[in-house]
Design a binder for this molecule. Structure first.
Ligand SMILES: Cc1cc2nc3c(=O)[nH]c(=O)nc-3n(C[C@H](O)[C@H](O)[C@H](O)COP(=O)(O)O)c2cc1C
Ligand code: SF4
Length: 525
């Protein structure tokens, strides 16, 4: 029986080795590919987590930036699993000042859908035609109100960018390149918004100056549908960036147009313009030379910039086609704590001030408004639409959909799921094709939920939800309409009458999905 004494441990070792090999070779879970066996401990803890947490550690709504409930909703949506929650809300609605309540209508124009389940697809184009009011040659109606926010190749791994781009193609939504240039990973079918940051990566000359000819070449050979000039982002406004030499691989250098293995610095200001006047000249130049709609992305601090910009747009006829407002709660790969925590206004306050500045000058119907800052969740996105957003751009929620576990190590290059790292071993764990499907499921589910909410409010499209449809709770006994909170005048927050009619027509082309039972003979219509 001596052989048996050795056979049992040997069998155990073989089983463990087989399990490790299986983890290494499977493509579904990046964490297991990168950390064979060890990753299983996390899944085990996750599975018994809810029971443990009821007695110790944090509640479902306590973690930040995204609570466990929010992450669970994204994960389940991305996997097309049941994303419902049982037994009613566990949010502290009555005692949370600032909590938004969406007001449904008993009898509305739109018929509520009968299939609110995961996997149910809806077409949800933008309610405005981007670039049309300014007559841009390549104006178009974005096919999806949900878009993927700018996150560079460099801060995200190549496979992560590829997964998002493939996912964008599958979901029919726009994918913003971020300021790190247009990489081979961005060329997998998803249509692009090309972002121009202060370093003009991908369209700069050898001395780092903007190069129009290079931009035109880039736009000609990739599916770029719009250009976005990045002025700032909510998580680190007014800051430039530094990609250390160690991270400047040959691939990154080629994408950005910089030397390999040398520190890569992004200045904090643009060199092509120095005030609103020269900014608008540059916008018009880019639009004329490429035919594309051109917009700006900015966080919101001092309002002088916005009043000057809109005064000039009103008085000179020049103008941006879209404005992306990024909330101070927005994400980044890396930023000093003080900037992430305290510089620039949170989304609702920043956006409503910018929107009002345009609306006071009667410019709001000529511009597509894009919002970002935790708007990849249906409740936040609904409030954004009520405030006048036409599109939402989702960043970290899309990262969650492709495997991010909110380990918050993006700045350290040790991302365990291969999403935000240039470490080849870790990035290899992320399988772009299967994660692309998850990204697409997530985008489609968010669209589906937005449509359900619109129909509950009695309108045909989320862009038609207005500021009267939302109230902000002040605690248990008070609430204020969103319109009053932000001083919106009647009609603000909605597209023009012509755009409203056009989007209702477009949405009516879809086959009706719900309705009612046949009325009884005594029913009065
Ligand atoms: C890893 C990472 C990289 C980012 N890179 C850029 C960038 O290159 N350009 C930019 O304008 N914003 C960048 N952002 C900000 C996002 O585009 C977005 O505005 C912000 O995260 C808010 O959206 P969210 O709350 O859905 O993440 C980045 C964010 C993250 C998390
Ligand atoms: S480091 Fe953490 S938070 Fe950042 S992408 Fe990776 S898993 Fe997500």
């Amino acid at each position: 029986m001596r052989w048996a004494r050795h056979a049992v441990p040997a069998a155990a070792v073989a089983a463990v080795a087989a399990l490790a090999a299986r983890d290494l070779l499977q493509r579904e879970h990046a964490l297991l590919r990168n950390f064979p066996l060890l990753g299983r401990v996390r899944y085990l803890l996750e599975s018994v987590g809810p029971e443990l947490r009821q007695y110790i550690v944090a509640g479902n709504d306590e973690e930040r930036p995204f609570t466990r409930d929010q992450r669970r909703w994204v994960y389940a949506s991305a996997k097309q699993q049941n994303n419902y929650f049982g037994f009613g809300t566990d949010n502290d609605i009555e005692f949370t000042p600032g909590y938004p309540i969406i007001k449904h209508r008993t009898f509305g124009r739109a018929v509520p859908p009968s299939a609110p389940t995961v996997g149910h697809e809806v077409r949800l184009p933008c309610a405005k035609v981007l670039g049309a009011p300014r007559g841009r040659a390549r104006a178009f109606r974005p096919e999806s109100v949900v878009t993927i926010s700018g996150m560079s190749f460099g801060s995200l791994s190549g496979p992560a960018v590829e997964a998002l781009n493939r996912g964008a193609a599958l979901a029919g939504c726009l994918h913003n390149t971020g300021e790190g240039g247009l990489s081979p990973y961005h060329r997998h079918g998803g249509e692009l918004v090309f972002q121009l940051g202060t370093a003009y990566f991908g369209c700069r000359d050898d001395r780092g100056r903007f190069d129009l000819a290079r931009l035109k070449d880039l736009v000609a050979e990739a599916p770029v549908r719009a250009l976005e000039i990045k002025l700032s982002q909510g998580a680190k406004p007014s800051l430039g960036g530094l990609l250390p030499a160690a991270k400047v691989s040959a691939e990154i250098a080629a994408t950005r147009g910089i030397p390999v293995g040398r520190d890569c610095v992004s200045p904090s200001r643009h060199a092509e313009f120095s005030d609103c006047d020269s900014l608008l000249d540059w916008v018009e130049l880019l639009a004329a030379e490429t035919g594309l709609p051109v917009g700006i992305k900015s966080a919101v601090g001092d309002l002088d910039f916005w009043t000057e910009l809109t005064d000039l747009m009103r008085d000179t006829g020049r103008g941006v086609d879209f404005v992306t407002v990024d909330g101070g709660e927005g994400g980044t790969g890396a930023a000093p704590l003080i900037f992430s925590d305290s510089v620039s206004l949170p989304f609702q306050q920043g956006f409503s001030r910018v929107y009002s500045t345009f609306a006071e000058r009667d410019l709001h119907e000529q511009v597509v408004f894009v919002g970002s800052g935790k708007l990849g969740l249906p409740d936040n996105a609904t409030v954004a639409f009520a405030l006048g957003c036409d599109l939402v751009a989702v960043g970290r929620e899309a990262m969650l959909a492709i495997g991010c576990i909110q380990a918050q190590k993006c700045h350290a290059d040790t991302c365990p799921t291969g999403v935000a790292t240039q470490n080849a071993w870790l990035a290899r764990g992320l399988d772009p094709r299967s994660k692309a499907v998850r990204a697409a499921h997530y985008v489609k589910t968010l669209r589906r939920d937005l449509m359900k909410v619109a129909e509950a409010c009695g309108v045909e499209h989320p862009g038609l939800i207005d500021a009267d449809a939302v109230e902000i709770l002040g605690g248990r006994t008070t609430s204020t309409p969103l319109r009053e909170v932000y001083g919106y005048r009647p009609g603000w927050g909605l597209p023009s009458a012509a755009d409203r009619a056009a989007i209702v027509d477009l949405m009516s082309l879809e086959a009706p999905q719900g309705g009612s039972a046949t009325p009884s003979p005594t029913a009065r219509r």
